[in-house]
Structure formats: structure tokens, C-alpha cells
Design a protein around this ligand. Structure first.
Ligand code: UGA
Length: 323
């Protein structure tokens, strides 16, 4: 059994990846700074579920602090790093871009440096479909991605580049996974699906940025968590899309599906399209199939059904969280 460092373990993807690893019997050293990028009640809810596992160790830590991070590496032998901690808001990243540089670039550099010094070779690094802005979908990993539309996307692309440099210089084995709009139970309350569910349940108007025809290749959390774990395989340096790989679905269509599942009509409030938003995301997933034998299994209809069911089972929490 291995001992993995999972950064951002109270975050949406970090939580689910940790849970899968713990169920497989691995040890997980989970770190998270529990910042207030979005309502921490959800992070606490996720963390609580992990605390029930005896093979889980939690450390509250800001990865941008090299001294504390170094101590963590001193305290625990680590077989691989799954680096999922990040500031991840596309539109929010315009408000305080500096914090995106600190969380997404400096923190990644600190981890890479410590891995180099301590001879830890494997990192799985979370990246984003947002880097494909301006390209013609479906997005293949070989496309040139030099026109990010948000500080968030720019910092993620920077982290990918730093990771490549550390692979080249020090032979670190790094798999960059580019996620495509991940959703599911206990998802992020700053993202569309949880916000839409909360607003429909509460009978409040849904804020739609633009006319709702923008589309996403939504990917269910469990598929993403499995793909992330498969990406621990030694590969040198690879960038791999983890996405639904189907025709992208418009925001308007997602709302219709949620209305049917919840059994209630949404009140729609159309606002301006956001300049940092991409119009469409759509993953080419041949590389994930070939290198990781990975393919998403959960359809959008089924994933939304599970998400709504979770929200109904946790309606008190959904009501309490601020979005
Ligand atoms: C999401 C995540 O926030 C990023 O962390 C991630 O890297 C990215 O997906 C990705 O996978 O590449 P985003 O595409 O903005 O970013 O996801 P949502 O928040 O679910 O938004 C989807 C669409 O719905 C966007 O066009 C957005 O403008 C729209 N939206 C979102 C609304 O119309 N209203 C809302 O209240 C929220």
C-alpha cells in the first residue's frame, strides 16, 4: 500500500480522490488550508467524511509556506503527490489575481522543489479545460494553448509549464490532467450546477451569464477521481484530458434537466456574458483511453440525478451555504 499526499483534500476533487484511495486501503496525507474561496461548510462536510478513515491524516496547511511544507515532507514518507489544491474560480480570478498566482503557481513550485530534493518522482497535477480558450473543439492535448481568458487559466497553464521544466531538469514524472467542468454530489457552490440546484429548490432566480447557449463537456466527479488515480501510472511527462468526451451540453439544457429532476420550474435571470468565460468546452479523450484505459461511465442525466438526490438528502446544508 502506498502513502499519497493529496493537496486540497477538502476540495471537491481532492475529497473524492482521497476517499477512493482510502477505500482501496492506501494511506492518504491530506492537506488543505480551508480557505474561504467558497463557503467552508462544504469543505468541512467533505473533511468530516474523510476523518472517519483510520488511514487518513489531515494537516491544515498553506502550500505557499515553504517552511511548513518542508516539515510535512520531513514528517511523512510520501510515494506520490496528487496536487489538486488550487484557486479554481474562472470569473472570481479577476478580483484577486495575486492569490491565484500564490495558490496555483508558487504552491506548485514549492511542491516540485521538495519532490526534487527528497527524490519523490511522481506528481499528478490538476489543470483545466479553460486553457483551450480560442481553439476549435473538440480539444486535443496537442493544441496550442496560449490565449487564456482569465488569470485562473493563465496560472494553471503556468503550473503546467513549471511541471514540464522540472520533468526536463530533474526527471520528475508528471501527469497533467485537464479536467472538464466537474460536477456531482458535494460539488463546488461557486459553480453552475450546485448554484442552479440551490436556486431552483429555494424558488430564487437563477443567474445565467449570457443567453445560456454556452456549453460544457460536464464530467461526473467519480469518473474524474478514477481518472486521477489512474494517472499515477509512470508516464514521463504527459498532458491528458479527462472530460465527458460527448457533445457539449448548453447551460440552458442543464437547467431543463434539473427542472425535470427537481420537479420545479426555474426562474431565469439572464445577465451579461462574462468576458473570462469560454463559449464551449469539449474534450478529445482518445489519449486518456490509450494511456490510462480511462473512459467516463456516468452520463450527464445519471450524474445530475445523483447530484440532485444528494442535495435533497442534505437540504439543510444546501440552505445554509452562501453562494
Ligand atoms: C469550471 C471550474 O470552475 C473551473 O475550476 C474548471 O477549471 C473549469 O470548469 C474547467 O473544467 O475547465 P466553468 O466552466 O466556469 O469553470 O464552470 P461553471 O461554473 O459550472 O460554469 C459553466 C457555465 O455556466 C459558464 O458559462 C458560466 O458562466 C455559467 N454560469 C455559472 C452561469 O450562467 N451562472 C452561474 O451562476 C454560474
Amino acid at each position: 500500500m502506498s502513502q499519497y499526499l493529496v493537496t486540497g483534500c477538502a476540495g471537491f476533487i481532492g475529497w473524492r480522490v482521497s476517499e477512493f484511495l482510502l477505500k482501496e486501503g492506501h494511506k492518504v496525507i491530506g492537506v488543505d488550508e480551508i480557505n474561504s474561496a467558497y463557503d467552508i461548510q462544504l469543505k468541512e462536510w467533505r473533511l468530516n467524511t474523510l476523518m472517519g478513515y483510520s488511514n487518513f491524516i489531515f494537516q491544515k496547511l498553506n502550500l505557499a509556506d515553504p517552511v511548513k511544507l518542508s516539515q510535512l515532507f520531513e514528517d511523512y514518507p510520501i510515494s506520490a503527490v496528487i496536487h489538486l489544491a488550487a484557486r479554481a474560480g474562472v470569473r472570481q480570478s479577476l478580483e484577486n489575481p495575486w492569490i491565484y498566482v500564490e495558490s496555483n503557481i508558487t504552491a506548485t513550485l514549492n511542491l516540485l522543489e521538495l519532490m526534487r530534493k527528497r527524490g519523490i518522482s511522481k506528481m499528478v497535477l490538476a489543470s483545466t479545460s479553460s486553457v483551450y480558450a480560442g481553439q476549435k473543439p473538440p480539444y486535443h492535448e496537442d493544441l496550442k494553448v496560449d490565449t487564456p481568458l482569465s488569470p485562473y487559466a493563465a496560472t494553471k497553464k503556468s503550473a503546467e509549464l513549471l511541471a514540464y521544466t522540472y520533468h526536463h531538469l530533474y526527471d520528475l514524472d508528471i501527469t497533467v490532467v485537464r479536467y472538464f467542468t466537474v460536477y456531482g454530489p458535494a460539488g463546488r457552490p461557486d459553480m453552475s450546477i450546485l448554484r442552479f440546484i440551490k436556486w431552483i429548490l429555494e424558488g430564487k432566480p437563477i443567474e445565467i451569464y449570457g443567453d445560456g447557449t454556452q456549453s460544457r463537456d460536464f464530467t461526473y466527479i467519480d469518473d474524474i477521481a478514477q481518472g486521477t488515480i489512474l494517472a499515477l501510472k509512470p508516464l514521463g511527462y504527459e498532458i491528458i484530458n479527462l472530460g465527458g468526451g460527448r457533445n457539449p451540453i448548453s447551460v440552458n439544457r442543464v437547467i431543463e434537466l434539473l427542472e425535470d429532476l427537481i420537479g420545479k420550474r426555474a426562474i431565469k435571470n439572464y445577465k451579461d456574458f462574462h468576458k473570462a468565460d469560454v463559449r464551449v468546452t469539449w474534450a478529445e479523450i482518445e489519449k486518456a483511453k490509450r494511456l490510462l484505459s480511462w473512459e467516463p461511465e456516468v452520463t450527464l442525466e445519471e450524474g445530475l440525478r445523483r447530484t440532485v438526490q444528494w442535495a435533497l438528502e442534505n437540504e439543510d446544508l444546501i440552505k445554509r451555504i452562501q453562494i
